[in-house]
Design a protein around this ligand. Structure first.
Ligand code: SF4
Length: 286
């Protein structure tokens, strides 16, 4: 039988694991759970929790809920979301990742200090991403959001700047933004590497894993940006890398009889059970 191994560093990061445990505990205790937004960018895991009774809602729908518990996922929420839940009188389980919560506090404090001295908060992140909405909310939505170094001109170079990054962004691009700000700004530039090691540390690890197998099957959700980044990292070192969302997408033609072993890995949003299902499917081929 073909040897199929699962990367021990793949799968849920600490923050996502904690949010899913919170949802599972509430569901186990018989509570109705309403999660604001997808709990994880993985369709299979969202479907599993949905079948157990968890609904996905928008923050605007909170006012229509009559009971149960609202769950805030690991990405975090802006202050207005907390106010909406409080106004609706619904119980709240805040599963915001502690790393993100700490970042909220840092940005809030920096915003107050920068406001006093006429400075500006800049967030390097994806516009419209839930985490970035939560971060910008700490600045009364006054933070300037830039998606990469090409958007640097949105910053006012005559005023002080304090820069933060969305936790899942690239430290290399952050460094480029810092260099440009330092070249262009006439006032003080403060910056903080707030990328999360749970994500940034995965690229070298997954590449080391991907190099060790003739075929790599990467398991991830179609909506997960982390999955895209990590899959690309696999492809860079192993051209025989394939992306699947689940076992049904594994193709026999990837595994000739000469392929005696394969590696399975995934994103920070990929559940362990799904990687195991994919590994089992590969073992049965040929
Ligand atoms: S990537 Fe890091 S900050 Fe984001 S949820 Fe996971 S542990 Fe928390």
């Amino acid at each position: 039988m073909r040897i199929v191994e699962i990367d021990k560093y793949s799968g849920f990061c600490f923050g996502v694991k904690k949010a899913i445990e919170s949802a599972s505990d509430l569901l186990d205790s018989g509570k109705e759970v309403f999660c604001v937004g997808d709990i994880v960018h993985n369709e299979a895991e969202s479907k599993r929790l949905n079948q157990l009774g968890m609904s996905i809602i928008t923050i605007e729908q909170v006012k229509d809920i009559k009971g149960g518990t609202v769950l805030f996922r690991a990405h975090g929420e802006p202050p207005q979301s907390y106010a909406s839940v409080e106004k609706a009188g619904i119980s709240l389980k805040d599963a915001t990742c502690p790393v993100v919560l700490k970042l909220h506090q840092r940005i809030k404090k920096a915003y107050a200090a920068q406001k006093e001295q006429g400075g500006q908060i800049v967030i390097y992140g994806k516009r419209g991403h839930a985490e970035v909405t939560g971060l910008a909310g700490q600045t009364n939505n006054e933070a300037i959001i830039i998606e990469d170094e090409s958007e640097i001109d949105a910053v006012d170079f005559t005023r002080p700047v304090e820069l933060f990054a969305q936790t899942t962004k690239s430290p290399e691009v952050l460094r480029k933004i810092v260099d440009l700000l330092q070249q262009k700004c006439q006032a003080e530039v403060k910056w903080h590497n707030t990328t999360c090691k749970q994500v940034t540390g995965r690229v070298p690890r997954i590449q080391a894993f991907a190099k060790s197998y003739p075929v790599i099957v990467f398991v991830g959700g179609q909506k997960s940006s982390n999955a895209k980044v990590l899959f690309k990292a696999c492809e860079e070192v192993n051209p025989n890398s394939y992306f699947v969302s689940g076992p049904d997408e594994v193709k026999e033609e990837w595994f000739t009889t000469a392929i005696d072993k394969a590696g399975v890995c995934g994103a920070t949003s990929t559940p362990q059970w799904l990687m195991e299902d994919v590994a089992e499917k590969i073992r049965t081929i040929g």
